[in-house]
Design a binder for this molecule. Structure first.
Ligand code: NOJ
Length: 552
């Protein structure tokens, strides 16, 4: 049977330049990350995903690349990268990197050449219009911070297309040379040992933009070709794609298992926030119902927070307002008219019970969990920083100068200020203190993730919703060849008693394996199950001793 490692993985997302500085220059680096791998291993993560590490003027946190075959000098060298892959492998941790090929930086030598000479071999690597397109603002991603998607380039004497900021010209994916270059880029990093890529902006990469065409063709077949190329180079390499699209379009991205193997579940993320705001499971049930069935070998990736704003763009206006009111009421907490630029702990009022409940919920939903660095200790945000930088502050390692992130002597040298005061300042929230405290959030994450990894049904099982008669309680049965798990989550503050009755997937006595407290053990009848306000319980219903043993 194929080894779909990514379906049982726990992915930890690291922004190298804000994680750990090893040389005191104020910028996190690969050697710093290597030194902190044991933290990631102890957390139980099995894969790290690095936000872009390539050379970049960093006007979009590295998502504006000037060289796909290198490492940003402030982060280290290619040698350090290979050391990282090796050291991570020693700990059973795989490494994935961002693949950002929808666009380059406008400082990339390809674009410099393209704009300076109509006969440049790179001219057709970008998307140009000789005449001013009629709709300059169509499909902008960062309203309020971006003026247009077409900009006039004085040097080229033409208009160029940029889906994102004007310093990120789109590559022309209709050009076979560009596609060949993308193949070379993935081949290069696979050769250096990565286990896969987080594919940035997938819907825009496959869009074949033509000036004045409001409905450009999308080349879904390219996703298949891309994935085939990847698999030929390394059979177990994976692509985790960012495709925040309408539910009915998602099937095209999976392409019956022949295109992309793993997609972030943006729909579930947005509906989860709505469910949390309402203490009502209905939006989650709705999302589970709207999600297309996964083709064989495919997987969702779940997340609570990532490095961007919480994007509520797929909720209708009234629903968005509810989430804003609950979790981001100040205009300054909101971004691009559709999102919230906060970390989860402040959004939930730093309420430990709700935080645990929210992550226990994420872990029990279908998909591979992705966790952003700092979530495991409940880090906060800094709204004084612009746009999404609010949630990109340095990792808080200790109650020590610069939070133990850097030995830089001048604060102004830090890549971004550390959060130093208040409930989320590093004296109150840091790894070192939580490591010593068996009741800390970090200790909770470690237990939760280890239990999750033992209960492989969460990653691989199908998902059956069971009606509990309480609108605030979610009951999911996750059944797989290895066994079956029941996950109960109380989204509301009121204590509940749940009567389910024996479940189809059940066999033998149920066993409580994880919960917010010690409950009276579940009986085979699954009746009278106590659940505290914001409580959660994971109960094993069946265990199969066979080719795959579930250990709890
Ligand atoms: C999506 C990334 O998540 C975001 O951070 C970035 O700004 C855009 N793509 C452009 O690359």
């Amino acid at each position: 049977m194929a080894d779909y490692w990514f379906r049982e993985a726990v992915i930890y997302c690291v922004d190298v330049d804000t994680f750990q500085d090893s040389d005191g220059d104020g910028i996190g680096d690969l050697r710093g990350l290597i030194a902190r791998l044991d933290h990631i291993a102890r957390l139980g993560a099995t894969c790290v995903w690095l936000n872009p590490i390539h050379p970049s003027p960093e006007r979009d946190d590295g998502y504006d690349i000037t060289d796909y075959y290198g490492v940003r000098p402030s982060l280290g060298t290619l040698g350090d990268f290979v050391e990282l892959v090796h050291a991570a492998g020693d700990r059973g941790i795989r490494v994935m990197i961002d693949l950002v090929v929808n666009h380059t930086s406008d400082e990339h030598p390809w674009f410099r050449s393209a704009r300076s000479d109509p006969d440049s071999p790179y001219r057709d690597w970008y998307v140009w219009a000789k005449d001013e397109p009629s709709d300059l603002r169509q499909g902008m991603v960062f309203p309020g911070y971006q003026d247009s998607t077409w900009s006039f380039d004085e040097e080229a004497g033409e208009w160029y297309f940029h889906r994102f900021y004007d310093f990120q010209p789109d590559l022309n994916m209709a050009n076979p040379e560009v596609r060949r270059e993308v193949d070379k880029i993935i081949g290069f990093w696979l050769q250096l040992g990565v286990s896969g890529f987080r594919l940035d902006a997938a819907p825009f990469i496959i869009e074949l933009t033509v000036p004045d065409d409001p409905n450009p063709r999308q080349d879904f077949d390219w996703l298949g070709q891309f994935h085939r190329q990847l698999s030929w180079r390394r059979g177990d390499a994976v692509v985790l794609a960012e495709a925040n699209v309408e539910p009915h379009q998602l099937t095209e991205y999976f392409g019956d298992g022949l295109r992309l193997p793993m997609l972030f579940n943006f729909l579930l993320n947005q509906r989860t926030f709505l469910a949390l705001a309402r203490s009502d499971v209905a939006p989650i049930i709705q999302a589970l119902g709207e999600m297309p069935a996964l083709p064989h070998g495919c997987q969702w990736a779940t997340f609570m927070r990532n490095h961007d704003e919480v994007d509520l763009g797929r909720l209708v206006g009234r629903e968005q307002e509810e989430v804003f009111a609950a979790f981001g009421p100040d205009p300054d907490m909101q971004l691009y008219g559709r999102g919230i630029r906060r970390r989860l702990a402040p959004m939930l009022g730093n309420d430990r019970k709700r935080l645990e409940m929210a992550y226990a919920l994420q872990f029990s939903l279908p998909g591979t969990p992705v966790i952003r660095y700092g979530e495991e200790i409940g880090m906060g945000d800094d709204l004084a920083l612009p746009e999404r930088n609010a949630i990109r502050t340095p990792m808080q390692w200790a109650d020590a100068p610069n939070a133990g992130f850097s030995a830089a002597r001048r604060k102004r040298d830090l890549v971004r200020p550390v959060i130093s005061t208040g409930d989320f300042g590093y004296p109150a929230v840091n790894v070192e203190d939580q490591q010593r405290d068996a009741s800390s959030l970090l200790a909770w994450f470690q237990r939760a993730i280890l239990t999750l990894r033992e209960c492989v049904e969460f990653g691989t099982g199908d998902c059956q919703y069971v009606d509990t008669g309480h609108r605030d309680v979610l009951a999911l049965v996750r059944a797989a060849p290895s066994g079956a798990m029941l996950a109960l989550t109380n989204l509301g503050p009121t204590k509940r008693t749940i009567d389910l009755g024996p479940q189809e997937a059940q066999d033998g006595d149920p066993i409580d394996v994880f919960g917010d407290r010690d409950y009276a053990p579940a009986s085979g009848q699954l009746e009278g199950l106590e659940l505290a306000g914001y409580g959660y319980r994971w109960i094993r219903l069946r265990r199969t001793i066979g080719d795959r043993v579930a250990t709890r």
